[in-house]
Design a protein. Sequence first.
Length: 181
Amino acid sequence: MGFELKRKLDYSDLQVTPGDGKRYELIEGELHVTPSPNPAHQRISMRLQRQLVAYFDDRALGEVFYAPVDVILTARDVFVPDLLVVANPAHISRRGIEGPPLLVVEILSPSTSKADRGVKSRRYAELGVEHYWIVDPERKRLQCYRLADGAFQPLVEAEGETTLPHPAWDGLAIDLGILWR
């Protein structure tokens, strides 16, 4: 009777993935591959990025990055979130972001929704990401979570064409209507 040992992948394995436009991520050493985002997804990402840059850059509270950039939280946990804010400049390296971002934003798509709400959310929390936002284009909803006791807890959410003031950052108000145009 034979058996096959399953090897966990690490960051060095990602270095040899093809440049085919797909996103290659590692979650606890398991490879997750998703297709490139569609144009609607990219529009939402760009519009939210502009709002985050206007807030965080003006106040020098952090630097906003957009995909693709590797977020290397362990050798076996390498993510490519849609948007992120890095508050600690020491986490920015030549390879990517090497430490937990202040904020990670994932924009749901049919191919990523389950992982974004499940295993990725859990791992981001376990690895110290303080804030996690989920943007749901289908429901036109933004859900904001904050790390508490090792897990993400709902902080604030809104949907539709409203403006969402964020309680963790004085003066940050996300205009949701702009995202869905």
